[in-house]
Design a protein around this ligand. Structure first.
Ligand SMILES: [Fe+2]
Ligand SMILES: [Fe+2]
Length: 193
């Protein structure tokens, strides 16, 4: 059993670990987008999706970027303010605001309140759009810069920092649990599917 929220072999590159997590996150974004084709807000689906977003996409994945990769990139000369790192941090914050909007309106939306349904649907659509383009920028721009700038030793240090951060969480099997949750959401059947 592992206590880590990502599992990788010793030769992994930190950006590859993050890209693998992007593919899991995208499966949940697809499921959230699919939910928008249904007028009623499925409370159980959204509770599970918000759990995934808060604890895996943000708690595990964005935390690795903000806490470990971005600081090392900054040290290597990639600017924060007015540069790609500041932009990525800003988008993480925008995502958190949209998640709060969904969470705050979920109960009323599930109860059929029209304004709350509109708010949840709009916030969910905005979140999907925000995260898709955010992931694309990281995969094709920032991580490419990281691969070029960071030497083998720095990459090893970032990987070790990923492991330490995850072990500090002490949550056995977290990664496997959230990948399974992504599978469950990807196969979710909505009311009138
Ligand atoms: Fe990010
Ligand atoms: Fe990311």
């Amino acid at each position: 059993m592992s206590s880590k929220c990502s599992e990788h072999d010793v030769n992994s590159n930190p950006t590859q670990v993050l890209k693998d997590e992007h593919r899991v996150i995208e499966r949940v974004l697809d499921a959230v987008e699919r939910s928008l084709g249904h007028e009623a807000v499925d409370k159980v689906f959204f509770e599970k999706a918000l759990d995934f977003i808060r604890n895996f996409a943000d708690g595990c994945h964005h935390a690795k970027e903000e806490g470990q990769l971005f600081p090392v990139l900054e040290e290597s000369g990639v600017p924060r303010e007015g540069g790609p790192i500041g932009c990525m941090l800003n988008e993480h914050e925008q995502g958190r605001s949209l998640v709060r909007l969904m969470a705050d309106n979920l109960e009323a939306a599930a109860g059929g309140n029209r304004a709350a349904v509109g708010t949840v649907h709009q916030a969910a659509a905005d979140y999907v759009e925000l995260l898709r383009q955010h992931i694309q920028k990281e995969d094709t721009v920032l991580f490419v810069v990281a691969d070029q700038r960071l030497g083998a030793e720095q990459k090893k240090l970032v990987m070790a920092a990923f492991d330490r951060a995850e072990e500090a969480g002490g949550d056995v099997g977290k990664h496997a649990r959230y990948v399974a949750l992504a599978d469950e959401l990807a196969q979710w059947t909505f009311g009138n599917d």
